[in-house]
Design a binder for this molecule. Structure first.
Ligand SMILES: Cc1ncc(C[n+]2csc(CCOP(=O)(O)OP(=O)(O)O)c2C)c(N)n1
Length: 657
């Protein structure tokens, strides 16, 4: 069993815990300090006093369960586990490093003590309901504690779980709401009104408390009192301060998901008076050693060529890098004067660039509606707006906009053939350190399969702008654009044709100072066969990787490659696929997506055309697995999605034929 600490002993540890948590986030270079610091006193009270648990036996069946429904507060969870002895606390220094057990969001299969894998907000309370029901069923005496954010309470599923908890009289379920009054887009009351939050829980049949969430004595006393409640679940609204303990972070939404610099960390450790308790150099060494091992392992899997083809590592073929999401923002800026366009915010507005709709045009703000964190309802609100003749834009991370609301998208939007524009940001593994919960790898399959839907995965920021403008104003019906987070090479310019539904063909001609100039680009139907050795068909930012492969293949092996930019996934340009299969016979598909999203569509087109016997195919994509926490380019290489990997796959395909 874990050692129990008194409130006054805990009070001596909370600053240290805050310091450890911030050190880990600083070394990771990303993470969520604001909400991790606001919940830290509750975490300390839970792990060091209230909960019965055993770090030596994390699966002990009588343990109390602690669920972080707000998975982005993972650094606080890891600190809680570390301080109570699940691992030497300095190990937290590997937070967000490639394949670390300290993933960007908690993963129950990676780290002992994590009760639930979370990161998609609004789901953890339901998991807690399930665990509490099981405990009741078996007359087990343990408690289930769930930590939710206040912004997270925007999610309808929270209130479904709340009703279930009441319906089943789960007096073994204790919910802590981290009431710090801020979420990503700003104050909770501006993003989506939550008050009167305590009354809401009460009205739903909860026993409620409203306390100072930084007062450890009060937290412990309240839980002990709450445990006497019979027949009702318990909600403790903890009034907290986002960024608590570090003056330059306190009450600032900007510190939601941003790592401090090393100088800021040292100022924070001083303010917390723990600079002598935390040996930052020791943490750094642990982090660096871990990273070195990961680099060594990953390097072994990268195909070797005579030259180094990492982007911009040679004095020639320099690529301009820009995130595709920037193009989406520009499209909204340029088309936003159309009074039918309305934009729905999902509490991640700056990151997905929907704020570009009104940033330079403040008069448009009356057509921007903050919907809070409520992807399902937002999708149907958009449907209602579309039914009334508006053109609503719904945008958040691809995972939440393609799968969280999949039924709403299918049955309300697509079935009704409504003119809703979905913009799925953060597509692909290159989302990086936030980890698998935030890396969208399935949209082509789950969205592309929907009747009436159109789907475009543009290759760079400029094409994202063109595609978004076209979808927004020219396509009448459900439409989806998939774009990414990381800066990737710009491989089109304003003159490059973008014809919805018709692929572009790229041919590498010669090495040039700029990567873009090395290629000629054609609309597919203008292109004359050059009897190339093979074709690579790619979409999204995997296109530049395919172009890099064409360069490598020519330079190192004398192989001629046709590269097809299949920007429009639906409707698919089958004509170009069939033609290329006939002309080059060998095809590789490349996608930053579960393998087969694009690949199976291409294979299907070839099979249906009956030319499969003469064709040879290989697919590059994520091999039926979830992503990992890591740096964007590290992941591209580790998951075999780089131009070098595509080139190597091409060489094997050519050898095999
Ligand atoms: C379903 C879902 N939608 C959006 C996000 C992106 N996101 C991460 S944290 C966050 C804000 C959460 O606010 P709150 O619950 O108040 O947490 P805190 O401010 O305490 O960190 C959002 C929108 C997500 N992780 N999951």
């Amino acid at each position: 069993m874990v050692k129990k600490y008194s409130a006054s002993q805990i009070n001596k540890l909370t600053n240290y815990m805050r310091g450890v948590c911030l050190t880990a986030i600083t070394l990771a270079g990303s993470g969520h300090p604001g909400g991790s610091l606001s919940i830290m006193d509750v975490v300390a009270a839970l792990y060091l006093n209230l909960a019965n648990h055993d770090p030596k036996n994390p699966k002990w069946d009588k343990r109390d369960r602690i669920i972080f429904s707000a998975g982005h507060k993972a650094p606080a969870l890891y600190t809680g586990l570390g301080i109570s002895g699940y691992f030497p606390i300095e190990e937290i220094a590997t937070l967000r490093k490639f394949a670390s057990k300290f993933q960007g969001h908690p993963h129950q299969l990676k780290l002992a003590g994590v009760e639930a894998s979370t990161g998609s907000l609004g789901q953890g309370l339901s998991i807690g309901v399930g665990m509490a029901i099981k405990a009741k069923l078996e007359k087990e005496k343990h408690y289930v504690y769930v930590i939710v954010g206040d912004g997270e309470c925007d999610e309808g599923q929270i209130w479904e779980a709340v009703m279930e908890a009441h319906h089943y009289s789960l007096d073994n379920l204790i919910v802590f709401v981290d009431r710090n009054h801020l979420q990503i887009d700003g104050p909770t009351e501006k993003v989506m009104k939550l008050t009167p939050l305590e009354d809401k829980f009460k009205a739903f049949g909860f026993q409620t408390y409203n306390i100072d969430g930084h007062n450890v004595e009060k937290i412990i006393a309240t839980v002990n009192k709450a445990k006497k409640t019979k027949g009702k679940p318990i909600a403790i609204i903890c009034q907290t301060i986002k960024g608590k303990g570090v003056s330059f972070m306190e009450n600032l939404a900007g510190w939601h998901g941003k790592a401090p610099s090393e100088a800021q960390l040292s100022a924070a450790l001083k303010e917390l008076k723990v600079e002598n308790q935390i040996d930052v150099e020791k943490y750094k060494k642990i982090a660096n050693d871990f990273q070195k091992k990961a680099d060594k392992k990953n390097n072994q899997t990268v195909p070797k060529f005579k030259k180094n083809y990492i982007w911009n590592s040679q004095p020639i073929m320099k690529a301009v890098m820009e995130p595709t999401r920037a193009g989406f923002g520009k499209a909204l800026e340029e088309t936003g004067d159309d009074k039918r366009v309305v934009v729905l915010g999902s509490d991640i507005s700056d990151s997905v660039k929907v704020t570009d709709f009104y940033k330079k045009n403040p008069e448009r703000q009356n057509r921007f509606f903050s919907m809070g964190i409520a992807e399902q309802s937002t999708t149907c609100v958009a449907a209602g707006l579309a039914r009334e003749g508006m053109i609503p834009v719904v945008s958040t991370y691809g995972v939440f906009i393609s799968q969280r609301n999949a039924d709403q998208m299918r049955t309300t939007v697509c079935y009704g053939n409504l003119n809703v524009f979905f913009a799925g940001a953060h597509g692909g593994i290159s989302v990086g350190p936030d980890g698998p919960t935030h890396q969208s790898l399935e949209e082509i399959s789950v969205v592309g399969i929907l009747p009436n839907m159109t789907l475009v995965a543009p290759c760079d920021s400029i094409e994202t702008k063109k595609a978004s403008k076209y979808l927004l104003l020219k396509v009448n019906g459900p439409k989806y654009v998939r774009f990414a987070r990381e800066a990737t090479p710009v491989v089109t310019n304003e003159e490059t044709p973008f014809v919805f539904g018709e692929a572009n063909i790229y041919r590498f001609r010669k090495e040039t100072p700029n990567f873009f100039d090395a290629f000629e680009i054609y609309k597919a139907h203008d292109y004359k066969n050059e009897n190339e050795d093979l074709t690579i068909i790619a979409c999204g930012p995997e296109l530049p990787e395919a172009l890099k492969a064409a360069w490598i293949l020519k330079k190192e092996k004398g192989v001629e490659t046709r590269v097809i930019n299949m920007h429009t996934i639906k409707p698919l340009d089958k004509k170009t696929i069939i033609r290329t299969a006939k002309e080059t016979k060998k095809i590789i598909t490349a996608e930053e997506h579960q393998k087969g999203g694009l690949g199976n569509l291409v294979a299907g087109a070839i099979m249906e055309a009956g030319i499969n016997k003469q064709s040879k195919m290989a697919m590059v994509g994520v091999e039926d697995r979830f992503g990992e926490t890591g740096q964007p380019w590290e992941l591209i290489y580790a998951f075999g999605l780089s131009g070098e990997h595509i080139a190597s796959r091409a060489i094997s395909l050519l050898r095999a034929s």
